[in-house]
Design a protein. Structure first.
Lengths: 273, 463
C-alpha cells in the first residue's frame, strides 16, 4: 500500500474505552472482517496458549530449584502415559501410575513421616504456569509457615497430573491436608495462570465440592504474597474446623463489596462516566 | 428388555439394549469412549446404525432409556408425549424417518406439527444415521419463532447474544463492551452477562445496569444475567428488573440435581418472570444452556451416550417455552469432544435435534485452548450452522472471553456470516440499528463508517 492510497481498514473512534476492559474492543474492520493486525495478534495469543498446553513439564529443573532451597522432593507420574491420553482421559490424570505409588511407599518406609501438610506440584494444563509460578509461590507460603509448627511433607512433583491426584499423594503421605499447585487451562491472555487447591484429609474419591480453590496466581493476576496469605488463612481454618470445601468457603469468603456497585457507567445519563 | 442385532457379512453384532444400541450407533467422540459406551470398532458402529435404522420409532415410547420411576425427565418426556402429533410418522422405523425428513412431505408446517409428537430419543436416534448435510437440510426446514421485545427465529435472520463478560463484573468495563457490540450490530437475541460473582447483590446491580441501558437507548432487546436460577428468583423477590431467567440444564434428573435444579424450581422461576410482564411482544421468558458431556461429568448419564443425554435436555427446555436455547458445544473440553471435527458435528446434531423438537436453537460455537481446534474450525461450524438456519450465535469482542477463558464467535463473525449468506438481525433490532445510525439507511444491512450521534455524545464524556 502506498501512502496516498486510502486505508481499507475502518478504525473505531472508541479505542480509548480499552482503558476500562482487557476485552478486545475497538478492533476496527476490513470490510466487515477483522483487520490483519488484530487477526495475527489473536493467532499469536492462541499459539502461546496451545504451546503452554503442550509444553513438557521440566520436572528436573524444578527439582534442582527446590533442592537449592533445601526442600526434599519426590518425582511422580500419573497413570496418563502422555499428553494425548491425558487430554482424553481425565480419570487417568487423577491417579498415580504403579511405579510412582511404589516410589512413594518406599520413601515412607525409609523414614516415617508425620506431616500436617503435603504440597503437590502438577503440570496440569499449563506446565508454563508451574515453571514460572510454583517455586515463588511456595517460597511465599513457607514464609507464612515459618512461625508455625506446621510439618511439611516432601514436595511431590507430578507429571501429567490433575487436581485430584493430590488426594492419592496426600493419602499415601498421611498428610492432614494437601495443597496442589497446578497449571490452569490457559486463556488467550493468561497462558501461565497457576491454580491452588486445598483439600482437608485427602483420600481417593474426594469431590471438587470438598476443595477450596485460589485461582489465577501469577504476577499479572493474584500475586504470590497475596495468594500465600489467602492459602495460609484457608489452611488454618481447615485445620481448626476439620473440613475444606464449600462449607469452609461459605464462611471465610466475604461478599465482594467491590462487585456490589451501583452499576454506574458512562452509557447511562444518570451516572457520569 | 429386547435385544438388537445386525449381521455384517458372516459376523453377527448383538446389542443388549436400546441404550447400548444408541450409544454404539453414535459417530465417534471422546466422551463416549471416556464413558466406555462407544462402539469397539468402526464396523460395529455401522452395524449398530443399521440395526438402529430398522428399529420402529414407537419403540422409544415403550422402552425408556432411563427408568420412568426414578427420573423426572423421563416422566416429563413420556407424560407430555402428543400421540396425535406423532401419528403421521408412528408407523416408521428410524431409517424410514430419516427418508421422510429429507422428503418434500416434511415441510415447515409438517415439521412444526410433528414436534410435540417426537421424543428426544427419536430425534437423537435419527441424527445418528444422518450426515452433516442431512442435519443442515432438515434443520433449515424447521421454523421456531419466539418473542420478548423482538422477534427471533424468522427466515433469513440470524441473531446474536451480546456477551459483555468482565473478570470482575466492572460496570464501566461491561459498558465498554456493550457499546462495542451495539456499534457492530450485535445484541438482538439478548445482552447476557456471565457474572463473575453469583452474589445476589452483585447480580441485582448488573440487572439494574442493563435495564437502564436498554431503556435509555430504547433497544428492542432483552437482558439476562446468567446466574443460578435460585439467585435470579431471589433477585426477582427483591424487585430486580429481570427480563429472562437463565439456567444450565441437562438430560437426566441426577445431572440437573448436580446443577442444583429440578423441574419444580424451573417452573417457579418461569412463573415469577411471567408475573413481571416485562416482554412487549411476547412471553418467552426463559434462557437455557446445554452441552454434550454435562451428564457424564456429573456421573449422571445412566450409561447413555452423551448426545442422547443432550437431546433429553431439550425436553426439559421445551416444557418452559424458552426465548433462547443454546448448546455450548466446545466449552467442556477435549475429553468430551476432542477436536474440530467432533465439535462441528456435535454442534450440528444439537441444533438439528433442538429445532426438530421445537426449540429456538442457537449455538455457542466455541473451543478451549486444550482442544484440538482453532478459528478455522469455528468458521466451518459458524458457516454450516448459519446455512442450517441457526437462531442465534454469541457475539464477543475479538472471540476472546476474558472472564470464562474460552473462544467463541466475535461481533465480526456475525457480520461475516450475515454478509455471505444475506442474513439480517431481528426485524425490530434492525430497524433500531438503522434509526440510531449504526447501520446505513437502505435494504442491505451495512455498518455506517461514521459514529452514530447518540453514542458520539456518550464517548465525548469519557476522558
Amino acid at each position: 500500500m502506498t501512502m496516498n492510497e486510502p486505508s481499507a481498514v475502518v478504525t473505531n473512534p472508541w479505542h480509548r474505552l480499552r482503558q476500562f476492559t482487557p476485552a478486545r474492543i475497538a478492533l476496527g474492520r476490513a470490510g466487515v472482517s477483522l483487520p490483519t493486525q488484530p487477526q495475527l495478534e489473536f493467532q499469536l495469543a492462541h499459539a502461546r496458549a496451545r504451546d503452554a498446553v503442550h509444553l513438557p513439564f521440566d520436572l528436573g529443573g524444578l527439582q534442582t530449584q527446590l533442592h537449592q532451597r533445601s526442600c526434599e522432593t519426590v518425582a511422580l507420574h500419573s497413570a496418563a502415559t502422555d499428553r494425548h491420553r491425558y487430554l482424553q482421559r481425565p480419570d487417568l490424570g487423577r491417579r498415580l501410575d504403579l511405579a510412582s505409588r511404589d516410589r512413594l511407599r518406599a520413601r515412607i518406609a525409609q523414614a516415617p513421616l508425620a506431616c500436617d501438610v503435603a504440597f503437590v506440584i502438577a503440570d496440569g494444563l499449563s506446565a508454563l504456569a508451574v515453571h514460572r509460578n510454583a517455586v515463588p509461590l511456595l517460597e511465599a507460603v513457607m514464609i507464612e509457615l515459618r512461625a508455625t509448627t506446621w510439618r511439611v511433607a516432601p514436595i511431590a512433583l507430578v507429571e501429567q497430573g490433575r487436581v485430584a491426584i493430590g488426594d492419592e499423594v496426600g493419602q499415601l503421605l498421611g498428610a492432614q491436608q494437601v495443597v496442589v499447585f497446578i497449571g490452569e487451562r490457559p486463556g488467550l491472555s493468561s497462558p501461565d495462570s497457576l491454580g491452588v487447591y486445598l483439600t482437608y484429609q485427602p483420600r481417593v474419591g474426594r469431590t471438587d465440592a470438598e476443595r477450596n480453590c485460589i485461582s489465577n496466581v501469577r504476577p499479572a493476576g493474584l500475586g504470590y504474597a497475596a495468594a500465600a496469605h489467602k492459602l495460609f488463612h484457608l489452611m488454618t481454618e481447615a485445620s481448626r474446623r476439620q473440613l475444606s470445601g464449600v462449607r469452609l468457603k461459605d464462611e471465610t469468603e466475604t461478599a465482594p463489596e467491590r462487585l456490589i456497585s451501583n452499576g454506574r457507567n458512562f452509557l447511562v445519563d444518570s451516572a457520569p462516566g | 428388555m429386547a435385544t438388537y442385532s445386525h449381521c455384517v457379512g458372516d459376523l453377527a453384532y448383538r446389542f443388549a439394549s436400546l441404550k447400548e444400541l444408541m450409544a454404539k450407533a453414535t459417530p465417534a467422540r471422546s466422551g463416549d469412549f471416556l464413558a466406555e459406551v462407544a462402539a469397539a470398532s468402526a464396523e460395529e458402529r455401522v452395524a449398530a446404525q443399521m440395526a438402529l435404522a430398522e428399529t420402529p420409532l414407537k419403540t422409544f415410547l415403550s422402552e425408556a432409556l432411563v427408568p420412568y420411576e426414578t427420573d423426572e425427565v423421563t416422566r416429563l418426556i413420556i407424560d407430555t408425549h402428543d400421540a396425535a402429533a406423532f401419528a403421521p410418522v408412528s408407523h416408521l422405523t428410524v431409517g424410514d424417518f430419516r427418508n421422510w425428513l429429507l422428503s418434500p412431505q416434511a415441510d415447515e408446517a409438517a415439521l412444526s406439527a410433528l414436534a410435540p409428537g417426537l421424543t428426544p430419543e427419536m430425534a437423537a436416534a435419527v441424527s445418528k444415521i444422518m450426515r452433516v448435510q442431512d442435519l443442515i437440510l432438515v434443520a433449515q426446514k424447521c421454523r421456531v419463532i419466539t418473542r420478548f421485545r423482538d422477534t427471533l427465529g424468522l427466515s433469513g435472520r440470524l441473531a446474536t447474544r451480546l456477551q459483555p463478560n468482565h473478570p470482575t463484573d466492572d460496570p464501566t468495563g461491561i459498558a465498554a463492551t456493550i457499546l462495542d457490540g451495539l456499534l457492530y450490530g450485535n445484541g438482538d437475541a439478548v445482552i447476557g452477562i456471565n457474572p463473575a460473582s453469583d452474589n445476589t447483590g452483585a447480580v441485582n446491580a448488573l440487572l439494574e445496569m442493563l435495564d437502564a441501558i436498554i431503556r435509555q437507548y430504547q433497544i428492542p432487546t432483552q437482558s439476562c444475567i446468567l446466574a443460578h436460577v435460585t439467585t435470579t428468583i431471589e433477585a426477582m423477590e427483591r424487585g430486580a428488573p429481570v427480563d429472562l431467567v437463565f439456567q444450565s440444564i441437562a438430560g437426566t434428573e441426577a445431572a440437573n440435581a448436580s446443577f442444583g435444579v429440578n423441574l419444580g424450581i424451573l417452573q417457579e422461576a418461569q412463573q415469577a418472570a411471567l408475573s413481571l410482564k416485562r416482554g412487549t411482544l411476547g412471553d418467552n421468558v426463559m434462557y437455557f444452556e446445554t452441552g454434550q458431556g454435562s451428564a457424564l461429568s456429573a456421573a449422571a448419564h445412566h450409561g447413555l451416550d452423551q448426545q442422547t443425554c443432550e437431546a433429553r435436555a431439550y425436553a426439559v427446555a421445551r416444557q418452559f417455552k424458552p426465548l433462547l436455547v443454546n448448546t455450548v458445544v466446545g466449552f467442556i473440553g477435549p475429553e468430551y469432544l476432542y477436536d474440530g471435527k467432533q465439535i462441528v458435528r456435535a454442534g450440528l446434531e444439537d441444533h438439528f435435534c433442538g429445532k426438530l423438537l421445537g426449540l429456538p436453537m442457537g449455538c455457542d460455537i466455541c473451543y478451549t485452548n486444550h482442544a484440538e481446534a482453532d478459528q478455522d474450525d469455528m468458521d466451518v461450524l459458524l458457516t454450516l450452522l448459519s446455512v442450517a438456519g441457526c437462531t442465534y450465535i454469541m457475539g464477543i469482542p475479538g472471540s476472546d472471553d476474558i472472564m470464562l477463558n474460552y473462544q467463541t464467535t466475535s461481533f465480526h463473525d456475525a457480520l461475516y456470516v450475515r454478509e455471505v449468506l444475506g442474513l439480517k438481525p431481528a426485524p425490530e433490532f434492525e430497524a433500531w440499528l438503522q434509526r440510531t445510525g449504526v447501520f446505513e439507511p437502505g435494504d442491505r444491512p451495512r455498518l455506517n463508517d461514521a459514529l452514530p450521534q447518540a453514542f458520539g455524545r456518550v464517548l465525548a464524556k469519557v476522558a
